[in-house]
Design a protein around this ligand. Structure first.
Ligand code: OAD
Length: 247
């Protein structure tokens, strides 16, 4: 922790990569693990372009159900601490794999959503039509765009490319970071997980927050085996204290 305090005090750029675990204490189920969302479900039946092509109604029913669950969830102290951190460092990058919008709800302004947002809908044809949508669509599903093509959730499905802007933002976040914090991700989904490796290899001090071990644990300079709603506020407090002490 002493080295972490020193690094946090000096850091001009702090980058943070978050995953489903950061929203666990808000009541959002994670994807993997014992209580994980994919346990007993096949992701490829629901979260792939092939599933949407063969059964768009089922995929839409699933996403409307997930949106109704997420609509009840509120940001937790981990989200709030990250929003506060934005005002405490010269530059902060927040890269999330989460589609739940809880970072923005907590007040974070510069958020890169690598896997899109469950609160947005776009036209499948690429006609450019898109809309913010918080409520389920009235039947019949699937909903259609004015151009006649199907509307789809604006999330990244398995087997799809990530948006170029998100990849560029994550690359910049990794290369420029003095401290790179990876919180609440199993680090098994690429390319998201590779940005922590890139950050470490380009000189960042790598901190992992996760109650369980991940493929990144052995690479991390510090591992905090605690839930993120407790650990992230501690890190933000550490930055405040160590920065004040260094002045
Ligand atoms: P996972 O469900 O794979 O991993 C969640 C991680 O959070 C696990 O490593 C847990 O140990 C950890 N965790 C659980 N509770 C926690 C807590 N309170 N505080 C901190 N960590 C906790 O979720 P992701 O890594 O985000 O992609 O998954 C990556 C991608 O796979 C998702 O964006 C989604 C998914 O399938 C797509 O849908 C494309």
């Amino acid at each position: 922790m002493r080295e972490l305090a020193k690094r946090l005090a000096k850091a001009e750029v702090i980058s943070v990569l978050t995953g489903a675990g950061v929203s666990a204490e808000s009541g959002v189920p994670t994807f993997r693990g014992e209580d994980g969302f994919w346990k007993g479900r096949r992701a490829e039946d629901l979260a792939t372009p092939q599933a949407f092509a063969s059964n768009p109604e089922t995929v839409w029913t699933f996403y409307d159900w997930r949106r109704s669950l997420l609509a009840k969830c509120r940001p937790n102290t981990g989200h709030s601490a990250l929003a506060e951190l934005e005002g405490l460092v010269p530059r902060m990058h927040l890269i999330t794999q989460n589609v739940d919008g809880l970072h923005q709800a907590a007040g974070s302004r510069c958020v890169t959503e690598m896997h899109g947002s469950i609160w947005r809908v776009r036209c499948q044809s690429g006609c450019g039509e898109h809309e913010d949508r918080r409520t389920p669509f009235p039947p019949p599903l699937p909903p259609r765009c004015a151009c006649g093509a199907l509307l789809r959730p604006a999330v990244v499905w398995f087997g799809e490319r990530l948006p170029l802007e998100a990849l560029e933002a994550a690359d910049e976040a990794a290369r420029s970071a003095d401290v790179f914090i990876v919180a609440g991700t199993s680090a098994v989904v690429e390319p998201a997980a590779s940005f922590a490796r890139l950050a470490r290899s380009t000189g960042a001090y790598l901190v992992e927050i996760n109650p369980e071990a991940t493929p990144l644990s052995s690479l991390a300079d510090d591992v905090i085996r605690e839930p993120s709603a407790r650990a992230i506020p501690q890190i933000v407090d550490l930055r405040k204290q160590s920065w004040a002490d260094s002045q």
